[in-house]
Design a protein around this ligand. Sequence first.
Ligand SMILES: Nc1ncnc2c1ncn2[C@@H]1O[C@H](COP(=O)(O)OP(=O)(O)OP(=O)(O)O)[C@@H](O)[C@H]1O
Ligand SMILES: [Mg+2]
Length: 444
Amino acid sequence: MEHLTPKEIVAQLDKYIVGQADAKRAVAVAVRNRWRRQQLPEDMRQDVAPKNILMIGPTGVGKTEIARRLATLTGAPFIKVEATKYTEVGYHGRDVESMIRDLLDSAIALVREEMTESVKTSAEAQVEERLLDHLLPKSEDGGSFLDDESAARRKRTREKMREQLRAGELEERPIELQVEQRATAIGMFGQAGMEMDVELQSMVEKMLPSKRDTRRMSVHDARKVLLGQEAEKLIDKEKIHRTAIERVEQSGIVFLDEIDKIAGPESKHGPDVSRQGVQRDLLPIVEGSTVMTKYGPVKTDHILFIAAGAFHSSKPSDLMPELQGRFPIRVELQDLSHADFVRILREPRNSLTKQQAALLGAEGVEVEFADDAVEEMARIAYDVNRRDQNIGARRLYTILEKVFETISFEAPDLPEKKVRITAAYVKERLGDVVKDEDLSKFIL
Ligand SMILES: Nc1ncnc2c1ncn2[C@@H]1O[C@H](COP(=O)(O)OP(=O)(O)OP(=O)(O)O)[C@@H](O)[C@H]1O
Ligand SMILES: [Mg+2]
C-alpha cells in the first residue's frame, strides 16, 4: 500500500528477503514518493517525474524476488516483464507498448475487484432472490392467476426456503443456470489473436457472439456465478476503465527484468538489430508518452520503472545514454554469503525448509532440521557456487532437492513418521557429489 512508510515497506520485505538493504530502501522510497507526489498541488504534481531505479546484481540474489514481493505489498498496479520478450516494432514478437496495455489489464482487474467488493452487499441480496427463483419454480401459469390464499402460501414457502438457504442447508441442491461466455479474440484466433492490433482485437471481440450455455450446478457454485453476474450489473464498466487508467497513470509500477540482455553496442550484423531497437522503443515510454489501448489513451509520464539486470557481460553504460539518464537511482545487490544462505534457508516466511516440511507434512511425515544440517547445506551451496558457476540462492533449491530425494520418494511408505535431518545425513546424501567436480556440475 502506498500509505506504508519506507520503514514499514522495508520491514515487510524483510519478512521474505534476506539482506539487500540498499535495494529495499530504494524501492521503498520510490513507492513512498508516489504517495508524496499525490499530496502536492496540481501544478507541481505534473512536474515531479518518478525516479526510476536500476537494480544491478549477480544472478539469484533477490532482484526479481524484491519486485515480486513489492507487487503484492503495494496496492498499485504492478507488472513484471522481461525486456528480452520485446522486439523492435515491425519484427516478430511483442512490441514494447504492450507492457502498458498489460499493466492496464492488471489495473482493471484490481479496480474491478475493489468495485465488486463495494457492491457486494447489494449484489448478494439480488443473488439470494435469484437463487430462490431457481429453487422454487413458478407454477404452470406463471403464478399470475393465483388467488390470494395460494399467493400467501407461496410467499410463506419462499420465506421458509430463504431461511434454509441462509442456514446453508441447500448448498448441495442442484439448479440450472444460464451462463454467458464472451468470446475473446485470443481464444478465437490463438496466437494470431494475440498479435492483432488492439483496435482490431476489440472490434473482433464486439462482433463475436457471446455464447449462452445452460449449466447444472450446486447452489454453492451457482452463488459465485450469480454474484459475478449481479455485480457486473451494478458496476459501471466505464468507470472501472477510467479509474484503472487513472490508477496506472498516477501510481503504476513496471518492473523491467533482464534489462542487461538488451544492453550492448549496436552490432553490425546478425539478428541483434532488435537490441538497440528495443532500447529505442523503450525510451519514449520511460520518458513519458501516450500509449493507445482499447480502453483509451494512457500517459506514461508518471509510471515508475524499476529495471534489473545482472550486467555480467554488459555494463549499465552500454545502455543508450538517454535510457541511462532515465534510471538515476542505481542500487547494487550484494553477493550472498554463507551466513545469508543459512538465513535464507531458515528465516523467510515460507522459506525453503518450511516449504519442504509442509509438503512432507501432507504425507503425515514430520520433518525437523537440525541447526548443523542447515549450516551444512548452506556451506555446500556456498562452496559449489564459488567453485562452479555462481547462481546465488537458486543453488539452495537443487541442494535441498538432492538431500530430500529419498525421503520425498519414500514418504508415503515410511514406517517412522518423524524425520530429523542432520549434518551427517546431508553429508551422506551430498558428500560424493560435492567431491566429484564433474558430477556436481550436473547434479547441483
Ligand atoms: N536475498 C534473498 N533472500 C531470500 N531469498 C532469496 C534471496 N535471493 C534470492 N532468493 C531466492 O532465490 C531465488 C532466485 O532469486 P531471484 O529470482 O530474485 O534472482 P534474481 O536476482 O532476479 O536473478 P536473475 O538475475 O537471474 O534474474 C528466488 O526464488 C528467491 O526466493
Ligand atoms: Mg530475475
